[in-house]
Structure formats: structure tokens, C-alpha cells
Design a protein around this ligand. Structure first.
Ligand code: KIV
Ligand code: ZN
Length: 385
């Protein structure tokens, strides 16, 4: 089974979510949990952004023992120096240097011709090489860059000896067929491409970050970049838990796996949500409160007979105790009876039917009927008989 390396950027791209600001203590708490989750690489921040971020990256660099710690840098010597300072004390340091490559960014942001972009990145990599033995290079907005220029930039980065080349869909513009095709093109057209790992980094502007990342894996990406709960700039980044569980659940299809400790997913998600203040929507894949909850009678009946009827993965895999059968107006007699048994009541048919009728009346008035509601309803019924 092919191993897919996981590069977590919750502490950098994730922190770029509007309204999120993690202090050193919070970054450390998340970093320790990411280590437990078993991520391979951790981007701890952007040291040139502020003295506070530099200090936070340094605290993470000194603390983390079981993952590569990475600092982000523009293609500038000052930024590279900030990463050098921030990664002092790291067991396995790596610098992540980026430069935009698309025509839109070249024209409006960088005001550079292709040749200048190539030279600027090259001299940044040459400077970084003096201080770092591990380097990742990213072609920002590669998703909207000409294929031949992507190939030229990747080739230049390979020539400079980088370890990982990242090909991001920075603005979440592509669809899976298009994103996958870039990886295929690079694999087939860049000489010596086997000397580097190729990385996928997607944003979710059109809701395609997970699908695009999976397409990159199918077309040869060795590493995926993402965040816990998919937090990040605008609509966010690829959600790491979605990729890990997609690969796990459909192993026969992808033939690739991460080495994450999947049972830490739920705990990591809750911690990131708590410390960033970014609430996880109930219907969020894998980690949403409803991801393992069933409300309709037909589904609950199926679940009670055999869980695989309506669950493609088990809640235990991600560290949850069990699935939830939520009682509401769509629920059936079977689930109602099972809940009563859990609550300590085994009613004979006649009483059960009466209680079920009262439950349905109540369920018409409430979105969810709680255990307390059921207990009240049963005790009332038993007292009056
Ligand atoms: O989305 C992006 O292009 C980035 C780069 C810095 C890799 O986050
Ligand atoms: Zn990004």
C-alpha cells in the first residue's frame, strides 16, 4: 500500500481563517495533539509575519519530537532568516518557500515576467540551501499557471535540490479532472521528477478541495496538505480527516494510506474547534455531530439490524464511542423500543403502543426528543395506568 505523507497546516493556513488567532500556548496544545494523531509534517506558522508568530513557531519547534516542523517563507532572504531563527532547536526542521507562478499573480501582484519569477525563486532556494537540509518549494496559484511554466519551475526546484514540490490550487478554482491532470503532466514531462515528492494543497472555494486532493493522489502525489476540520483562508483547506478516512474506507480503490492514528481524529477535531473558536457544522463529513447520527425510522431499523446498512465506517475508528440514533418525528417503533430498554423500561405491547403514540405527538412539536422527554412521558403513562 502506497504511503501518503500528511503535511498539516492547521497552525499556518488554518490560522489564516478570518477571526482566528492562536497564541503560543494554544499552538503548542494543538501541536502535541497533532503529534498524537501521527501527522508526518507540521507547518507551525509564518515566522516573518510577526514576532509573536516567530516565538510560537520556535516553541513548537522545540517541543515536537515526532514530526518535521516547518516554517513558511516568501522567496526573500529576510523571511528565510526569520524561519532560521524560528526553527532553532527543532529535531527535524524544514523550510517551506513559495512564489506565485500564475499569469494573474505575475502581472498584478509580483509585476514580474516569467524569467524573473524563475530567477527570484532560484536565488531564494540557493540562499535557503546554505542553512536547511530539508526544503519544500510551492508554486503559489499553480492551478491557474501554464503547464509549460509549471514544468519549468518544478524542474528548476529539482535542480536546486529541494525535497518536496508543492503544486497548490491556491484559490480553489479547479475540478478533480483538471487538478489530477497537472500531476500527471508533471510526472510525465519533468525530467528527474522522481527525485522529489510531489505535494497537493487545495482550497475549498468551490467545495472541491477533498475531491481535488484525492485526484492528485490518484495521479501520483506523494504528500497531501490540509488542516483539521478544513479550516483556512476563505472557504478553507482540504480537511485532513476527510482524506485519511476516504483512503481508509476505500483502500481497494485508492491503494494508498496515511499513517495517521485514526482514533485520534475526533479528539483532534474537538481541540482545534475549541481553540480556534471555529464551530464544526453538524453535517461536516467525519467530524460533524451528525456524521454518525441516524434519525429516520427506516435508517434506524436498518442500523439496529446491521450497522453496515447505513454506516460506511465505524465511529470507533475515529475515536467516538458509538453511533447515535436520534429520536424525532421520522423515528420508528423499533428505535423507540430500543431506547426504552436502554433507559430501563421493557414495556409490553399494549403499553408500548400507547407510549409510542404519545412520543409521536411530542415529536411533531419538537426537533429532537431527548431521553428526559421520554422518561417524563413513560413515567406519566405508568402513573396513570
Ligand atoms: O494556498 C497556497 O498556495 C498556500 C501556499 C503558501 C502554499 O498556502
Ligand atoms: Zn493555502
Amino acid at each position: 500500500m502506497r504511503k501518503i505523507y500528511v503535511f498539516d497546516t492547521t497552525l499556518r493556513d488554518g490560522e489564516q481563517s478570518p477571526g482566528v488567532n492562536l497564541n503560543t500556548r494554544e499552538k503548542l496544545e494543538i501541536a502535541y495533539q497533532l503529534e498524537k494523531l501521527g501527522i508526518d509534517r507540521m507547518e507551525a506558522g509564518f515566522p516573518a509575519a510577526s514576532p509573536g508568530d516567530l516565538a510560537a513557531v520556535n516553541a513548537v519547534a522545540r517541543a515536537v519530537k515526532n514530526a518535521t516542523v516547518i516554517g513558511l517563507s516568501r522567496s526573500r532572504e529576510n523571511d528565510i532568516d526569520a524561519v532560521r531563527e524560528a526553527l532553532i532547536g527543532a529535531q527535524d526542521p524544514c523550510i517551506h518557500i513559495f512564489l506565485a507562478t500564475s499569469p494573474i499573480h505575475r502581472k498584478h501582484k509580483l509585476r514580474m515576467e516569467k524569467e524573473q519569477v524563475l530567477e527570484t525563486a532560484k536565488s531564494a532556494l540557493q540562499y535557503a540551501k546554505k542553512y536547511f537540509s530539508k526544503i519544500e518549494f510551492s508554486l503559489e496559484d499553480a492551478g491557474r499557471t501554464e503547464y509549460d511554466f509549471i514544468a519549468q519551475m518544478v524542474s528548476m526546484a529539482i535542480g536546486e535540490g529541494v525535497n518536496v514540490v508543492n503544486i497548490p490550487d491556491t484559490v480553489g478554482y479547479l475540478n478533480p479532472a483538471e487538478y489530477g491532470a497537472i500531476f500527471k503532466y508533471v510526472k510525465e514531462n519533468v525530467p528527474d521528477v522522481e527525485k522529489v515528492q510531489l505535494s497537493a494543497h487545495c482550497h475549498n472555494d468551490l467545495g472541491m478541495a477533498t475531491a481535488n486532493t484525492l485526484a492528485a493522489i490518484q495521479n501520483g502525489a506523494d504528500q497531501i496538505e490540509g488542516t483539521i476540520n478544513g479550516i483556512g483562508e476563505r472557504a478553507g483547506n482540504t480537511a485532513i480527516e476527510e482524506i485519511a478516512m476516504a483512503l481508509e474506507t476505500r483502500q481497494e480503490f485508492f491503494g494508498a494510506k496515511t499513517s495517521l492514528n485514526l482514533s485520534e481524529i475526533s479528539r483532534t477535531s474537538r481541540l482545534v474547534s475549541k481553540l480556534t473558536g471555529m464551530v464544526v457544522p453538524g453535517n461536516k463529513a467525519i467530524v460533524g455531530a451528525n456524521a454518525f447520527a441516524h434519525e429516520s425510522g427506516i435508517h434506524q431499523d436498518g442500523m439496529l439490524k446491521e450497522k453496515t446498512t447505513y454506516e460506511i465506517m465505524t465511529p470507533e475508528t475515529i475515536g467516538l464511542k458509538e453511533s447515535k440514533l436520534v429520536l424525532g418525528k421520522h423515528s420508528g417503533r423499533h428505535a423507540f423500543r430500543e431506547r426504552l430498554i436502554d433507559l430501563g423500561y421493557e414495556l409490553e405491547d399494549e403499553l408500548l403502543n400507547q407510549a409510542f403514540a404519545r412520543f409521536k405527538d411530542l415529536a411533531d412539536k419538537k426537533k429532537e426528543v431527548s431521553d428526559d422527554d421520554i422518561l417524563a412521558l413513560i413515567e406519566e403513562k405508568l402513573v396513570s395506568t
